[in-house]
Design a protein around this ligand. Structure first.
Ligand SMILES: [Cu+2]
Length: 184
């Protein structure tokens, strides 16, 4: 196998390993992403701790709903006209790549106004789980460095699958290192 092929394989493998590290949170739990039953998505979001690298899984009937990631202003006004990202498969696993608030709504007429919208606040990746992603920390909005320092000093233990994920991660790193040793 040529060196370039090996490099491509390595990158693909790194990508696969990377996707296995985050916890997956199903939006709305058993109700999913819907207007039926007046699901309180704000309550759902407040019950979970999201970290960068996790995934939000939106499941819905794609004939009746879709999923748009929007700006804060568009979230507040239920404006579906200028989404940041659009999903429409009915089973969308959305990577929560960056810390900070992420805003989602359904773009079907009237659905957002009826409550089919959710704000997901993502915290920095937990220190327990190693991350392959470059350490890109968003700059503090107000330039208040003391508050961001105290924020990073409190890694809360989370009841998610970090243990299993980091085991997979270690195995993945082992495979990658093995391949890399073949390569170079
Ligand atoms: Cu909808």
């Amino acid at each position: 196998m040529e060196r370039m092929d090996m490099l491509v394989a390595l990158v693909v493998l790194l990508g696969l390993v990377g996707t296995s590290t985050g916890a997956v949170y199903k939006v709305g739990d058993s109700a999913g992403w819907t207007t039926i039953g007046n699901v309180n998505y704000g309550l759902w979001a407040s019950k979970n701790k999201f970290h960068a690298g996790d995934f939000a899984l939106f499941t819905y009937n794609k004939n009746f709903h879709n999923l748009l990631e929007v700006s804060k202003a568009d979230y507040q006004s239920c404006n579906a006209a200028s989404p940041i990202a659009t999903y429409a498969t009915g089973n969308d696993s959305v990577p929560l790549k960056t810390a900070g608030p992420h805003y989602f709504l359904c773009g079907f007429p009237g659905h957002c106004a009826a409550g089919q919208k959710v704000e997901i606040n993502v915290q920095k990746a937990s220190s327990a789980a190693p991350s392959m992603a470059p350490a890109v920390a968003p700059a503090p909005a107000s330039g208040d460095e003391s508050s961001s320092a105290t924020a990073t000093a409190t890694p809360a233990p989370t009841p998610n699958k970090n243990g299993a994920a980091s085991t997979k991660f270690s195995v993945g790193v082992g495979i990658v290192l093995f391949l890399a040793s073949l390569c170079f």
